[in-house]
Design a protein around this ligand. Structure first.
Ligand SMILES: [Zn+2]
Length: 175
């Protein structure tokens, strides 16, 4: 209670200070040396104060309440995100594969593979294939590192005798 009383006392003193120019003005009004502009200024100065302290004294401020600062409200926890996620260009045909595995891993770069990428944008199997092609000097130019998911055409490797021939061809070109 005593704190409340002290606070009210403080406010009262503050009002006294604020009212001083008004009192002077009133005395001048009474003396007939009034200045209406000055009166208006003082009234404007007092308006917010009256609005702020009026409720403390049970004064219905006659709209002055609006001038009192509204209680600070906690907004929603996070600021609203403005940007929607940018559309991702797949750079190729989309197959009806299920989206990448958990953790937001990207799909293998090879079109139609659908497995999650493990290394440099390729699944384990296709990265093995890439390494083999690289080693045998047959890596297709499209098989770049970190290619977009589902963007690289798979290649069919020759088998049997054709495979040996292709390998030899590649070796010759390399040398
Ligand atoms: Zn793959």
């Amino acid at each position: 209670m005593s704190v409340d009383k002290a606070f009210r006392e403080m406010v009262r003193n503050e009002i006294e200070a604020q009212l001083k120019p008004l009192r002077e003005l009133v005395s001048r009004l009474e003396a007939g040396t009034s200045d209406l502009d000055r009166l208006r200024n003082v009234a404007e100065q007092l308006a917010p104060l009256a609005g702020a302290v009026g409720p403390l004294f049970g004064v219905s401020g006659g709209g002055g309440r609006a001038a009192a600062p509204a209680p600070a409200r906690r907004g929603p926890g996070r600021p609203a995100r403005s940007a929607a996620p940018a559309p991702v260009s797949t750079g190729g045909k989309k197959r009806g594969r299920k989206p990448a595995a958990e953790g937001g891993a990207r799909d293998c770069a090879i079109i139609g593979c659908g497995k999650p990428s493990r290394t440099k944008g390729y699944c384990a199997a296709h990265y093995q294939k890439l390494r083999m092609l690289e080693k045998t000097n047959r890596r297709p130019s499209a098989w770049v590192d970190y290619a977009e998911p589902n963007s690289v055409e798979d290649i069919k490797l020759p088998r049997g005798r054709a495979a040996a021939k292709a390998l030899a061809e590649a070796q010759k070109n390399a040398g």
